[in-house]
Design a protein around this ligand. Sequence first.
Ligand code: PAF
Length: 282
Amino acid sequence: MRTVHTLKELRAMLRSYRQQGKRIGLVPTMGNLHEGHISLVRKAREAADIVVTSIFVNPMQFGAAEDLDTYPRTLIEDQERLEAAGSTLVFAPSNDEIYPEGLARHTRIVVPEVSEGHCGASRPGHFEGVATVVTKLFNMVHPDIAVFGEKDFQQLAVIRKLARDLMIPVEVIGAPTVREKDGLAKSSRNGYLTEQQRAVAPVLYRTLQQTAEQIRRGRTDFHTLEAEANKALAEAGLRPDYFNIANSLTLKPANTDDTELTLLVAAFLGTTRLIDNLSITR
Ligand code: PAF
C-alpha cells in the first residue's frame, strides 16, 4: 500500500491503474480510523479492484466553535489498519493541497433540501463543507464507486443528491453502521468520552430502538414520540440537540402515511456531540 500526499502523485498512480483497466473505489475519511471505517474499505474492495482511502480533516465542514483543532490525527496507525484491510492507496493531502487559496474565496457546493434540518440546522455550513470536499475528491479520483457510512445518514443523502445533480458518474454505496456490543455506534468522537459518559452513551441507540418499536406498534403521533425520546435522553444525562422522525427519502418530517421512516438523533454528552439513526419500514 502506498501513501501519497499530492494530487500530482495521486493522478500518476491512478492513471496507471486505469490503463490496466482496474475499477477504482474511493473511501473518503477524516482518519482516526475504527472498525466502522474498515468496514467501508472492505465493502469498497468487494466492488472495486483498487481502493483509494482519503484521509483529510476537512476544515470547511467544521464550525468556528467545533473540534477542528483537537480532531485526532493518527496517520501512522491509520496506515497500518488500512494496509491490513486491503486498501491499495492512501491519499493524505495537506490543507494547502486541497485549498491552495484558502477557504474564504473557495467555490462551495450547496445541496438544497436534504441538507436542511437535522445536522444541517444545528451545524450551519457543515454540509456545504462536506459537499464541496467530496465533490473535489470525486474530481480528483474519478472513482467508479464510493462508499460512505449510513451512520451519517443525512450526509449520505447529501452525497447521493450531489452526485445525481452534478451528473458525476460514480456509484454511491452506503454501508451499515458498525456498533459496539452495547449498541453505541462506532465513531471517532467516542474517544472524547469519559468512562462515565461512555457508560451512558448507549441510551442513544436504545431510545431509537424503543421509539421505532412504538411506531411498529402503530403509533403515529410523531411529535409526541419525539418529545418522549428527548425526555428519555435528558433524563439519562444527555443534552438532546434533536430527535426527528423523518421520511427516509426526503428527510422531511414524517407524515402518518409514509412507509419508509428514519429516526435521526443528535445529543451532547458533556461537550461531545454524538449522532445516530435507525430506519424502519411500516
Ligand atoms: O464522514 C466523514 O468522515 C467526512 O464527512 C467526509 C465524508 C470524509 C468528508 O470530509
